[in-house]
Unconditional design. Structure first.
Length: 306
């Protein structure tokens, strides 16, 4: 969700290119040398933009794979093994996971449903487009929020496929929620205490839906599950460019255009928010449909599988 799959896939491709071009000195041991060589690259990426939790998970996983390399193995063979592990990781965690989540979620979509989605998520779009192909009859309410307004692209994709859509800003959710039968959301991460980390606005939509007794379904691949624990959006978050908030369709010049000259004004453009587990009806993963509070079970199973 929120482009996190795209960022993670780009990181994986960059790591693959690095490993392909990497040559270990004959006097060095490949495990220690490769991790040392990768470290400044990961640090640089982190300085450019804070890594998402799924990206951090992948970094941990690739380091673990490197430590498991047999020191007696030829360097070329070790490189090939790492590259095939990267491909396998992508296939299992993105391609096959999305396929399984799509199949499970389609079974929860009924004819006559009005489904609320938030912004644009490739996984949610895939589910809805696949449901349409299977002949399901439903409407979609696309909720969008500034400053990115990515919901516009979701609307374009869905309407092009012949799905009837309505488009509203997030401040109008309370007016349209009565028409909704299901809320379908993506997640950037699912934390060990069951909190869902999603695009800023996810928690607000979940709270409104919960208040009106509408089921909130979160679709999340298990590679986004994190051992981190937090109960608010302050402990861990990402600050996007505050100038993005100046873009306004209302007028040519934003009333906040000179905000830097105001000593007592600070613009905060948060990327994520944390949704408490009691606001989410169910989380659909490639492994199973489960409540948010079962996140530790998945994390434990993933540790055993390593």
């Amino acid at each position: 969700g929120g482009g996190s799959n795209g960022r993670w896939a780009a990181l994986l491709c960059a790591v693959k290119i690095f490993i392909q071009q990497y040559r270990c000195p004959k006097s060095k041991e490949i495990r220690a040398h490769l991790i040392t060589a990768l470290k400044p690259c990961f640090n640089y990426l982190g300085q450019c933009r804070t890594m998402s939790l799924s990206m951090e998970n992948f970094v941990t996983h690739i380091k673990y794979l490197i430590t498991r390399i047999d020191p007696e193995m030829a360097h070329d063979e070790a490189r090939e093994k790492l590259l095939s592990e990267c491909d396998r990781f992508f296939e299992v965690n993105i391609y096959l996971a999305a396929k399984a989540i799509t199949t499970t979620t389609i079974n929860r979509i009924n004819d006559g449903d009005t489904i609320l989605i938030f912004n644009r998520s490739q996984l949610i779009l895939r589910i809805l487009l696949s449901a349409k192909e299977e002949g399901k009859l439903f409407r979609v309410m696309v909720v969008d929020s500034r400053p990115d307004l990515t919901g516009v692209h979701a609307c374009e994709r869905l309407t092009a496929a012949g799905i009837q859509c309505s488009y509203v800003y997030i401040n109008s959710v309370t007016f349209v929620i009565k028409e909704i039968t299901k809320v379908l959301l993506a997640a950037d991460a699912l934390l060990a205490n069951g909190y869902v980390l999603g695009q800023a606005g996810t928690a607000m939509i979940s709270l409104i839906a919960h208040k009106f007794n509408k089921p909130v379904i979160v679709c999340c691949e298990t590679y986004k599950f994190s051992e981190r624990v937090q109960t608010d959006s302050i402990l861990f978050n990402e600050l996007a460019d505050p100038n993005d908030m100046l873009n306004s369709k209302m007028s040519e010049v934003s009333p906040l255009a000179n905000w830097r000259s105001e000593p007592h004004l600070n613009l905060v453009n948060l990327v994520y928010d944390a949704t408490p587990p009691n606001l989410v009806s169910i989380v659909i993963t490639e492994i199973a449909e489960l409540p948010c509070t079962s996140a530790p079970v998945i994390l434990r199973n993933k540790m055993h599988s390593l």
